[in-house]
Design a protein around this ligand. Structure first.
Ligand SMILES: *Cc1c(COP(=O)(O)O)cnc(C)c1O
Length: 409
């Protein structure tokens, strides 16, 4: 049997396509393998928020493209770090900037900077030998949190204060730094007083604002307020690479932080390497984030929340409202309550069903919690963090919630 030219062509094309599939999707010399599938790792729908254990965020397409492009070319790491820092400082209206391996790394490098500034020899000796170095960091007792370990890594000890009077008395010749936890829910000393008193003792102030954008302007609010160093997580609201972050602030202190960082090997920061892909990704994420508006983001997240709330209207006793936490994760979250006498399932049990369902959905951890880190504080509520959902996923969440809730009637 003779094949016509078009059929021959079609035949060759389909054979080629089959060969392509068999090769695992090799196109033009590029391999496209879904390693989550290959490794058997569950892809989740993130209706929680920017939680580290859930890989925090998805980079927007422009950031993913910048990372992929950066991966193709070797460069000099120190030159890239310097150029990125100068670009970011301009865009973020501060004296100087450093791309770190996340906000936790920013905390360590900031502390190392304040201990070792002006003493080059000290860089090699921290954290094991702090003889002759300032080793105290002042902090409000209510600001102590898990990330303190990042400061302790430098060998410092914390000096805790409660009142402004305590704070004024806490400074001595050993004071290296004053540390502020921006999203702390308690603590009586304001940011302004924190900075003013520290500066009257010529002591630099660090602010951990890791999860505190939006609003976008927070990227310069705290440096302009006088904090000498401010750190942000790159992979949370800014949607950069998860292992990137920003340390912003005074030029001499950023230089001192850099002296404690990679690519220099005998430093505390050497294990916090930031690869070229992450440095470029962080810069691209800042460009992306600055192209957004607070109003635009709030409108989009509110619209998603309303679509879910509307879909669930028929659930007995359903009330939906929007909650905006005060400092960290300050964006609209959806809070749902329902008549638990008629819908016989607790919010925690709903979260478990979604977690073990298909597709796997993670709800905000404030669901069913009284202590919810500023989100709601209602143990009878389901909380949906809508901001990290990919386009359209809110309807999958709505349908699944509807199914689980109505099955419990
Ligand atoms: C998330 C977070 C960090 C750590 O940020 P990474 O970028 O993951 O290192 C530090 N401090 C606070 C308050 C945070 O919320």
């Amino acid at each position: 049997m003779r094949l016509s030219a078009t059929r021959r062509h079609f035949f060759a094309w389909t054979q080629g396509l089959l060969a392509l599939c068999a090769s695992g999707g090799r196109t033009g010399g590029e391999l496209k393998v879904d390693y989550y599938d290959k490794l058997g790792v569950t892809k989740i729908i993130n209706a929680a928020g920017t939680y580290t254990a859930l890989t925090a965020s998805i980079m927007p397409p422009s950031v993913q493209a910048a990372v992929a492009e950066a991966a193709k070319h070797p460069v000099r790491l120190a030159e890239l770090q310097k150029a990125a820092g100068e670009y970011l400082a301009k865009r973020l209206q501060c004296e100087a900037a450093l791309v770190t391996a996340g906000a936790a790394s920013g905390l360590t490098l900031a502390t190392a900077a304040c201990i070792t500034r002006g003493q080059a020899d000290a860089i090699e000796s921290i954290p094991v030998d702090l003889r002759g170095l300032k080793n105290e960091v002042i902090v409000q007792k209510a600001h102590r949190n898990d990330y303190d370990h990042a400061l302790l890594n430098c060998g410092i000890r914390f000096v805790e204060v409660k009142t402004l009077a305590d704070y004024q008395k806490a400074f001595n010749a050993q004071t290296a730094m004053a540390h502020f936890f921006n999203a702390a829910e308690a603590g009586s000393i304001s940011r302004e007083d924190w900075v003013r008193v520290a500066h009257s003792h010529q002591v630099p102030c660090l602010n951990d604002a890791a999860a505190d954008v939006p609003p976008i302007s927070n990227l310069w609010n705290y440096t302009k307020m006088g904090f000498d160093l401010v750190t942000f997580s790159g992979g949370k609201g800014m949607r950069g690479p998860q292992n990137a972050g920003l340390l912003l602030g005074r030029k001499d202190l950023i230089e001192a932080a850099k002296a404690n960082a990679m690519p220099i090997s005998a430093t505390i920061g050497r294990g916090m390497k930031v690869a070229k892909e992450e440095i470029v990704g962080m810069v691209a994420a800042v460009d992306w984030f600055l192209s957004q508006t607070d109003e635009g983001m709030a409108a989009e997240f509110t619209a998603r929340a309303n679509r879910i709330g509307d879909y669930l209207k028929s659930v007995p006793g359903l009330q939906s409202r929007i909650a905006i936490p005060p400092v960290a994760n300050r964006i609209p979250h959806l809070v749902l309550t329902y008549d638990q006498a008629r819908v016989k399932i607790t919010p925690t049990a709903v979260a478990n069903e979604l977690r073990h369902g298909s597709p796997c959905i993670e709800l905000n951890p404030a669901t069913g919690q009284r202590n919810s880190h500023g989100v709601t504080g209602d143990e009878d509520a389901i909380v949906v963090g809508v901001w990290m959902l990919r386009p359209g996923e809110e309807m999958i969440v709505a349908q699944k919630l509807h199914e689980v809730l109505t099955n419990a009637i």
